[in-house]
Write a protein that binds this ligand. Structure first.
Ligand code: NI
Length: 169
């Protein structure tokens, strides 16, 4: 099932998510639905709060469906090591039409559980490191615009408010 992506302004996007506790069929279905919803939106990552589910769960595929082995399920992920810095333009499916330069670590090591509940550690570099940081931020209720300058963030907020008023958001 393809879920609509929740947009900026919804409380679920700015609320810390609760841990995943049950690794059952329901969770597996949710993961499948999240991949389907992410691919439909042409995203490289999607966090559960973005489909209105306040759980610490994210899916990532930096190949956007080209390589099935690149599909990652991250349940209860945490960052355990960071190194270096990269500064690139970043966007978010929940803030469509807006992008901004965000500094992220060049290398990140995460620890997470997969869809079966098995713990694993993984290194990410470049885009994957950025995706880890962006999706983990979502689970803490943080959107990428929080990392922009106050000026840029206010500009985006004002534009979104205008779009909300005219029903275009
Ligand atoms: Ni996002």
């Amino acid at each position: 099932m393809i879920y609509p992506i929740v947009k900026y302004g919804a409380a679920v996007l700015e609320t810390p998510a609760r841990p995943v506790e049950k690794f059952n069929d329901e969770l597996h279905q949710l993961c499948d639905d999240m991949f389907e919803s992410m691919y439909a939106a042409n995203g490289v990552g999607l966090a559960a709060p973005q489909i209105g589910v306040g759980r610490r769960l994210a899916v990532i595929d930096v190949t956007v469906g080209k390589n099935p082995e690149a599909r990652l399920v991250l349940a209860n992920p945490e960052i355990i090591r960071i190194e270096g810095e990269q500064r690139e333009e970043e966007g978010c499916l929940s803030v469509p039409g807006f992008r901004g330069n965000v500094a992220r670590p060049q290398y990140v090591t995460i620890r997470a559980q997969d869809a079966a509940g098995t713990s694993f550690e993984m290194n990410g570099e470049g885009l994957l490191s950025r995706a880890f940081c962006h999706e983990l931020d979502h689970l803490d209720g943080v959107l990428f615009i929080r990392h922009l300058s106050l000026l840029k963030r206010d500009l985006i907020r004002r534009r979104i408010r205008k779009l909300q008023k005219t029903g275009e958001w």
